[in-house]
Design a protein around this ligand. Sequence first.
Ligand code: ATP
Length: 235
Amino acid sequence: MPDPILQTRGLDAHYGDFQALYGVDIEVGEGEVLAIIGANGAGKTTLMRSITGLLRNGPGQVAYHGQDISRLRADEVAARGLAMVPEGRQLFPSLSVRENLMIGAQVARSGPWDLAAVYKLFPILEERKDQASTSLSGGQQQMVAIGRALMANPDLILFDEISLGLAPIIIKDIYTALPGIIGEGMSAIIVEQDITKALSVSRRVYCLQEGRISLEGMSASVSREDISRAYFGIE
Ligand code: ATP
């Protein structure tokens, strides 16, 4: 197991009186691709939002590069090299493709990703760069969301259900591009409801069930039975 780039320890999350996460412990190794699976409402998005500072955590619950980031704001977390491709993409509808991509560059970290590199990865975005992001297809909008995260030159990138609502052919394209996107050394967390997809691209996997980690294992060796039990809670 390589040194962890990210660690959560006893991570809880609440929405008012409702508790969505209970003492979640996860680790992502340097350069590792981790999958997080779980049914609707299991807490996957809440976990991503807690890690990236969009939800407030208790002190000491999230460490990044060995430093406590639990109390940092989302922009401060992003500046440290942690980027998210959010569920539902969340582009700015009034901005062009290029302007949406430039939002990611605001954290001004150096690295291989800039507009030219994103356009090379997704040439269609260069063709559409001056169009409103809303005029793009769902798959192209997802490319913008991925490109925006890359523009921040992150060390760790979180993908929250990037295949949701996309046609299978587009999903295949995006997953084919993933190894090139993640690249040498970059770590990633992939949140997916499609278990086969999640296992095929990751080294390790955690399953969430009703706000708790119900399974942790190597993606290549977890059994279907263990996953069913962890996913649905059936014995
Ligand atoms: P999905 O696949 O549906 O996105 P998920 O695993 O990402 O599911 P979360 O979105 O993290 O799950 O939701 C976890 C729990 O927290 C669910 O019971 C959900 O109803 C609840 N929840 C999520 N967001 C809020 C909110 N803003 N206010 C109140 N409860 C919320």
